[in-house]
Design a protein around this ligand. Structure first.
Ligand SMILES: Cc1cc2nc3c(=O)[nH]c(=O)nc-3n(C[C@H](O)[C@H](O)[C@H](O)COP(=O)(O)OP(=O)(O)OC[C@H]3O[C@@H](n4cnc5c(N)ncnc54)[C@H](O)[C@@H]3O)c2cc1C
Length: 411
């Protein structure tokens, strides 16, 4: 690699940071630009499932990385990750899955993962990328503050609304689509007598399935004195109208959103909705989240490429988007470290992209199928009312198998 070889990374999210760490490991020069003012200037979201990426993440980052253990939720309390699925009406447990040494699964604190990935990186904060220019020598990135940076290649790791993608793929028609699912998301503190029972349902999280509505309840952390614990929940349902923005949840008040959530879950098995029913309207996230996905297409040949949500955003219903984004970053770092003699940057990027596009498309389609279960549940509502939800159990088992989880009960 020549002395002036440098990778420009736009976006200091999980994918961009993983790439920067892979480059640091191999001594390849990089500059990473993030529009946030500082690492903690914006809510990073709450929790993240990490599974098939763990081995690569720990193996392909530098040897001087700090311990990863503390990013795990409930680590101080020796809580290993575990989740379960329930029939929402009967409360019957359909499946329980957990971490095992052979098939690691970690429920992590999202901001701690980002902080871990930032270790020893020189991140340039408050750098809002606006456009780039490319010539035969390299690429120049321009920022809102009037500054610019020159590099040998540029990587758009700038998430679902990627500005790098907008410029690179202009005229291609490539655009994320809204997944037709409504949702209400909320945070709540529970006292010890309540949180103990909720953790028994699923130490990391649990899901309750009804024909039309699905309830996810996840643990976040304990208070210092352990008298309370913080949880969050999400009620989601299929509705094509979400694709005609603004959907009603975007403008509804917290009180209206809570009223809807209570009404739609009133016949659920009571223990499964304790968290939801304990939530004051002030805990509701407004406006509600919008879920996106996009099937990637081949990128133009050149010195600019994309990774993660910038090229293959996927529904969160398999908990995999960040696993894919970090895999892209690590894999691109590896291609650069093992660059073939005489290989040009566009040639190298083509090799990375052909692998990334296949992997990413698979992720988008599988995550789309997981989201579409909401629809299937509507179609199969009659069957499910008669107690036959074998199709769902089969699907969940298949997903668990795909992701390599160990099934611990209910075969
Ligand atoms: C509700 C929900 C739950 C999820 N749960 C999971 C889960 O359990 N497991 C999992 O693997 N995935 C999960 N995901 C998906 C995961 O969050 C994403 O796939 C992942 O964060 C993508 O990483 P990324 O680095 O590509 O993009 P991002 O994490 O979005 O990072 C992009 C970065 O680029 C910066 N940026 C954007 N524009 C600019 C600009 N113009 N200039 C400079 N910087 C810019 C942003 O500020 C941001 O820091 C979930 C997603 C959602 C919505």
């Amino acid at each position: 690699m020549s002395d002036d070889f440098k990778v420009l990374i736009i976006g200091g999210g999980l994918g961009g940071l993983a790439l920067a760490q892979a480059l640091r490991k191999h001594g390849i020069a990089y500059e990473i630009f993030e529009r946030d003012l500082a690492w903690d200037s914006r809510n990073q979201g709450w929790a993240l499932s990490l599974h098939w990426i763990l081995e690569d993440l720990l193996g392909q980052t530098p040897d001087d990385m700090p311990s990863f253990d503390h990013v795990s939720l409930g680590y101080e309390h020796g809580m290993e990750a575990e989740f379960a699925y329930f029939n929402a009406f009967t409360g019957e447990e359909q499946m329980r899955l957990s971490h095992s040494k052979e098939k690691p699964f970690l429920r992590s604190d999202r901001s701690k993962v980002r902080l871990w990935l930032m270790h020893k990186l020189d991140i340039q904060w408050n750098k809002h990328f606006i456009r780039y220019t490319e010539d035969s020598d390299g690429v120049t990135a321009y920022f809102e503050d009037g500054t610019s940076a020159k590099g040998s290649l540029l990587v758009g790791a700038d998430g679902v609304n990627s500005k790098v993608r907008d410029q690179l793929m202009v005229g291609s028609g490539l655009k994320p689509r809204i997944i037709p699912l409504g949702n209400i998301t909320s945070l709540v503190e529970l006292p010890k007598e309540k949180y103990t029972k909720q953790l028994e349902l699923g130490r990391s999280f649990f899901l309750a399935h009804s024909p039309n509505h699905r309830l996810f309840v996840g643990f976040r952390h304990f208070s210092k004195d352990e008298e309370t614990a913080s949880f969050y929940w999400r009620l989601s349902w299929y509705d094509k109208e979400t694709q005609n923005e603004p959907y009603w949840t975007a403008t509804a008040s917290p009180e209206e959103l809570m009223e809807y959530a209570r009404e739609k879950t009133k016949d659920f098995f009571p223990l499964l909705t304790e968290t939801l029913r304990a939530t004051p309207p002030s805990g509701v996230v407004v406006p509600s989240l919008t879920f996106w996905d996009m099937l990637p297409i081949p990128l133009p040949t050149g010195r600019v490429t994309l990774l993660g949500d910038g090229i293959h955003p996927m529904s969160p219903f398999r908990g995999e988007g960040a696993n894919f984004a970090m895999k892209d970053g690590l894999s691109l770092g590896q291609y650069l470290a093992e660059r073939k003699n005489g290989e040009t940057i566009p040639e190298l990027l083509k090799r990375y992209e052909s692998e990334m596009l296949i992997r990413g498309s698979g992720g988008v389609l599988k995550s789309r199928a997981a989201a579409e279960d909401h629809v299937k549940e509507s179609d199969e509502a009659d069957k499910r009312h008669n107690g036959d939800n074998s199709w769902l159990t089969a699907r969940i088992k298949k997903q668990a198998g795909d992701q390599g989880f160990k099934r611990v009960v209910k075969d």
